[in-house]
Structure formats: C-alpha cells, structure tokens
Write a protein of this length. Structure first.
Length: 701
C-alpha cells in the first residue's frame, strides 16, 4: 500500500556535503579540562558530611531504605517476608540434606545470609539463603573432602576407633560418623568463605559488568542440567534405596545404573509418601496458586503445610518403626559456636568455589534485575556483588554452606510487594524461633517428603526445555550453546558442563565473526533512501558506483573474510588486474534473481565502503584495507569510506593509514559520497550544498 503525503506533511532538508575532516572542523569537540591524578585523589579523600553520608549509604543501603521508608510499606514487607518463611523452612531442611550435611545446617544457611543481606543488599526482592544448585555443588566438595580425609587417615582412624571401643565402649560407627560430620561441615564452611571472598573481590574491583557476558542460553542449559542432577539425587531417597556416592565423569549415569540394579530393594511406603506429596504440591501450585495468582493476595503455603501435616502424621503413625520410613532425625536446638573456617583445604576446592561464585552471581543478579525492571527500581551491580560476598563470608563462621537466592522465594517477595530489604525481619524472627525451640518438632518428618518437595521445586528449571525451539528460531548458536552445556553437564558432570558451555560460547563468537556477511547497497527509484539491493523491488544500483556494507568488526580473525566477500560481491581486483587491456571497461558478473541467472555487466569506477556497522578495527584490518585500496587503484577503481566512527578514524590516523589514503575520500554519509563522485567537487566543501532533489538528479543512471 502506497502512502501519499500532502505538501504540508513533507519535510525539506538541505545541507552541505561533508568529508569526515570537514565535519570535524565545523562540529569540533570542545576540549575537556582533565584533573590530574593527584587532584582526583584529593577530591576522593576530601572528607565532608555529604561525601561521608554518600559512602556510608553506599556501603549500607539499608540506611537509604530506612530513610525513605513509609508506613504503608510495613504491610507489604511483613506479608512478603512471612510468606517467604513458609518456603525457607522446607527448603532449608531439604537443601541441608542435599548438601550432604544435616538439616540444621540448612536452617543456619537460611537464617544468617538473610539477615546479612538485609544490611548490604540493594534489591528488596532477593531472598538470599539456601539454594538447590549451590547445595548440590557443596555436596560434591563435601564428599570429596570426606573421601580424601578417610583415604589419608585410615590407619589413624582405625587406631582411634579401637581405642574408643576398649576404653568407653562407644561404637566405632558413631565415632566415625561424628568425625566425618565435622570434616563435612568444615569443608562447607571453607567453601562458603572462599565463595564469599571471590564475590566480594569482584564487587570491590567494580567488576559487576562481567555478568553481561554470561549468555541466557548458557545459564539456561546449565541450570536445567543442575535441576536434572538435583532431582536425580532425590530419586533414591524417594525409593528408600541407599546408593554409594559417585563422583567424576558420568556420575549421574553410574548412579542410575546402581539404582536400577537395586530396584528390588525399594521401600514401597516411602515411594507412596513421595508420590502423594508430589501430586498434592503440583495440584496446589499449578491449579490454584499459578492459575489464580491475580486474585489471591497470598499464595497457599503448601510446602509449609505439607511439612507440618507430614510431620504430625509420621509422628503419631510411627512411620519409622511401623513402615520402615526414614525420618529427618535429630535436629539440635540453638546455634553453633562461631569457628574460623579451616584454610588448609582451600587449594583443593578453589576451582569449585569459583564455579559456585559465578553461579551464585548469575542466578541472583539475573532475578534481581528481572524484579527491579518489573517494579521500576534500580539496583547497584557492584554493591550486590559485595552483599553476596559478605553474606557468604559472614555465614561461613556459623556452619553454613555457599548461598544464592531461590527463584520461588524471590518471586514471592516480588508478587507480594516487598518494598525494602526489611522484609527479612519477619523471616529472620521466625527462623530464629525454629532454630531455638521449634526445630525439634520436625524430627519425625519423612525424608521422602523433603525429597519430593525438592523435585517439585525444580519444576520451573525443568520447564526450560520449552525454550529450545524458540532459541533455535532466534539464534541457532544460542540453541547449540544451550544443548552442549546441558548435555555435557548431565552426561559428564556439572564442572565439565560449565567449561564446555563457556568454551563453546567463546568459540561461537569466533565462528560468527568468521561467518560475518556483507551486502551491496542500492538506491530507491521512488524516494531518497539507500537500502540493500538483494531481492528487493524498486531498488537500483548507481551506474559506475558500488556501495558495500560489512556487518562485523574488522579485525585479525575476519580481515581476509572481509576481502573475500568484497571481491565476490563487488569486483575481484586480482582478476581485473590480470586482464590484458588495462583501459578495458571493468566487467563484473552478478547474479540477478529477477533475471533468473542472466549475467549483467556494470562499469565500476568507484566503490564506497559503508563502515556504519563496523564497531572496531585493528592493525590486521587496517593492513587489509591498505591492500584492497592498492589492488583497486591498480585497476582504476577509487575507494571511498563513509559513516566511519571517530574511534575508528583515530585508529586509522594512528596507524598512518592516511599516508596512502586521501582524507577527502573519508566522507560523512552515503549521500555525500555519491554527490562528490557525481559532481567531481570532492575538494570543495564550503560553497556547495545539495538538497534531496539534487541528490536524485545526480544519482540517476
């Protein structure tokens, strides 16, 4: 449909033509007075009330929340914090077991990080604490350190056990269990400390921008694989089958082989409990909470309800004795004595902690940004890193394992309208009561219920499989990154999947640069506009002029690719040079879709290189440009460059590119280049002006 404009709707534009040098001389940059480094240091060190207050509120964002706090916010913070507690309790118990520790360690990891983040965090919706992925990675570290300790102290432990049996009569198994428990908790504490130091270090060094380099496809593939590992680790607990710990490449496959070989040992009562729990959770979460979330002020805390009912039924039904159902068992009251994490094992787990720091950062900051965008607020990336680091460091002294936020808790805080990090107060108070007094009431809770709850909690992560078709449609490389990260993480192990995902992400950038394309630009025969000429109607190519646009940075990795595409789509200078008659009209064979393969001949005398999509150029790119210019000059084809950014212009100047390339051939726009070529007035940029109608007259074939 053709739109007809009235005369009053038309806009007439008129300007002079510009070379890049002439444009810079007219619209020159005003020099900025730069302060010396000593002056900057003096400014930064100058102490004033305003600056001291700014520094204080940056380090402790809670002061800003309190300063701007309004009375109506109390209800939103209280309800959201209270509801989040209903998730904290079952997740804390379950993730403590998932981490290879005791349930009480999960409660500690729920209590301390929440309160520490309240002081240092900038997002009202981040519920920092126990997390399934972090618990699973902690389990790997804990088991490895326990196995290493057993392997290096076997004789010493046997001697201790025998002495213990003879002198006190204590069972050797209890001694060994207590000793191993200390080793496991110590390893978890060290992992939390190292993870916190890495996160805090990134924040202090202002490296929050690194989160931008973690692609959505990589995070999606990894977290989906982690969900598979987490859910799989709970399957034996649902069946009541004890499987030996597996580590290294293919551990998930080994676990399932052992599980199915012992399937006859499954405890039906535990399986029934787990299946009933899964059905109840899914019905309430999907058919009620999600379906009617717009009508419900508070979602039904079905996890909390299931834990309470399951504990009561198990206690009075004596499930452990009557049905051979494993229960949570002893949950000690009170807090542990603060201890400094042991650092003698730090060297053996540093890479694991780097992985945990990256994932804690990626999972938490992505949710923080998502909810911040939803509510129209801002967060400080670097302060968030510091908050995550301090939370991990501070909690490491209290028998906690590494932490992150959990999507269900964060979405609860977001949906219920949390206005500040003060929503952690009701959460902290309730968890405090549970640790001090109420926790012992949950000792009869069946482990199968916690296993089922953890599996259901993976629902949203597992549903990321639905993103694969969309990723394939949007960007095939993103889809391949997702699949490779997921496949390696599941079939080999999570750390290998992390390396494979990051490695292929980097490789994909190289491949995409190698596959960068270029296009020939044409001119509309109906209006004053330049567009790519491939497969378009009403687009013509100006006689004797070819306009070429390259759609990638011009650097060492694709410099030859740029030359190859230019020669194939525009004119091959080497072939033209080899022709016997130097004055012969240059002939270029192009494929015209509309003519069904008919060969066209064009008289090319000028080539305009459109640099608007070239964001960067290095020495290899400059060398290839110089080579191209010389090869075209040998066959009497002149090169022009347009839409070159000031950054690239400075790079070309520093490389002495203009010693061989005339500055007047660096032009501001395509219209300037076409005008200069057709009017033969490239050296006069002061007396000549052109209008849109003049351009049309000068560009007719």
């Amino acid at each position: 449909m053709e739109v007809k404009l009235k005369a009053k709707d038309l806009i007439s534009t008129q300007r002079r033509w510009y070379s890049s040098e002439a444009l810079d001389s007219v619209y020159y940059k005003v020099p900025v007075k730069r302060r010396s480094k000593i002056g900057k240091i003096k400014d930064n060190c100058f102490c004033s009330r305003t600056r001291a207050w700014k520094v204080l509120t940056t380090l402790l964002p809670i002061i800003k929340f309190i300063e701007k706090y309004k009375t109506p916010n109390i209800l939103g913070d209280f309800l959201s914090g209270l509801t989040a507690t209903f998730l904290h309790l079952p997740q804390g118990l379950g993730f403590g077991i998932l981490a290879g520790l005791q349930p009480i360690n999960g409660l500690y990891t729920t209590f301390f990080p929440v309160l520490i983040y309240m002081f240092f965090g900038t997002s009202p919706h981040v519920s920092f604490g126990s997390n399934a992925v972090m618990a699973l990675l902690t389990q790997t570290v804990v088991k490895r350190e326990a196995d290493r300790y057993l392997g290096s102290n076997t004789l010493h432990l046997i001697s201790k056990i025998n002495h213990s049996d003879e002198s006190t009569g204590n069972s050797s198994s209890r001694y060994l269990q207590n000793n191993l428990e200390d080793i496991k908790v110590g390893a978890a504490m060290t992992a939390s400390l190292l993870t916190g130091l890495i996160l805090a270090g990134l924040g202090i060094c202002r490296l929050g921008f690194l989160t931008r380099y973690m692609s959505v496809s990589f995070i999606g593939g990894f977290t989906t694989a982690a969900a598979i590992h987490i859910a799989s680790s709970q399957v034996p607990k649902m069946l009541g089958i004890v499987v030996s710990p597996h580590s290294g490449a293919g551990k998930l496959v080994k676990m399932y082989i052992e599980l199915f070989s012992n399937i006859k040992l499954a405890v039906i009562s535990e399986l029934v409990i787990a299946v009933i729990t899964i059905i109840i959770l899914l019905i309430v979460k999907i058919l009620i909470n999600e379906k009617y979330k717009d009508r419900m002020k508070i979602p039904i805390p079905i996890d909390f309800i299931v834990v309470i009912i399951g504990t009561i039924v198990s206690y009075f039904g004596k499930f452990e004795n009557n049905f051979d159902v494993k229960i949570v068992g002893d949950i000690p009251s009170g807090f542990p004595i603060p201890k400094v994490p042991a650092l003698h094992t730090a060297s053996t787990m540093i890479m694991d902690c780097v992985v945990m720091a990256i994932l804690s950062l990626a999972m938490t900051i992505s949710l923080a940004k998502l909810t911040a965008k939803k509510h129209g607020i801002s967060i400080d990336d670097n302060q968030e890193l510091i908050a995550y680091g301090i939370s991990n460091i501070g909690s490491s002294f209290f028998s906690c394992f590494p932490q992150a936020t959990a999507p269900p808790r964060t979405m609860v805080l977001s949906n219920l309208g949390a206005k500040s990090t003060l929503n952690a107060i009701p959460t902290g108070l309730i968890i405090l009561l549970i640790i001090l007094w109420i926790g012992t009431l949950f000792e009869s809770l069946p482990v199968a219920i916690l296993a089922a709850m953890i599996i259901v909690a993976m629902k949203n992560l597992l549903m990321q499989f639905g993103d694969i078709p969309r990723l394939w449609r949007i960007n095939k490389f993103d889809c391949i990154i997702w699949l490779i990260t997921f496949s390696v993480s599941v079939l080999v192990d999570l750390d290998y999947g992390l390396m494979a995902g990051i490695g292929f992400s980097i490789l994909s950038i190289v491949i995409q640069n190698q596959m960068a394309s270029g296009k020939v630009i044409g001119y509309s025969d109906r209006e004053d506009i330049f567009v790519d000429s491939k497969n378009r109607v009403h687009v013509i190519e100006i006689s004797s002029i070819k306009i070429f646009q390259y759609q990638a940075p011009l650097h060492f990795a694709n410099a030859e690719n740029f030359r190859k595409i230019l020669y194939s789509q525009v004119a091959d200078a080497i072939k033209l040079k080899n022709r016997k008659e130097k004055d012969e009209i240059v002939k270029v064979e192009n494929q015209d879709v509309s003519e069904k393969g008919k060969k066209l001949e064009q008289n090319i005398r000028h080539i305009i290189l459109d640099f608007q999509m070239i964001s960067n150029v290095d020495l290899s790119g400059i060398n290839i440009l110089t080579q191209i210019m010389k090869e075209y000059k040998a066959v009497d084809i002149e090169i022009y460059i347009v839409k070159c950014s000031s950054k690239i212009t400075e790079t070309l100047r520093a490389a002495d590119f203009f010693e061989n390339f005339p500055k007047e051939n660096m032009l501001y726009d395509l219209a300037d280049a076409v005008y200069v070529i057709n009017s033969n007035k490239a050296t006069d940029n002061t007396e000549n002006t052109t209008t849109k109608s003049d351009l049309r007259e000068n560009t007719k074939l």
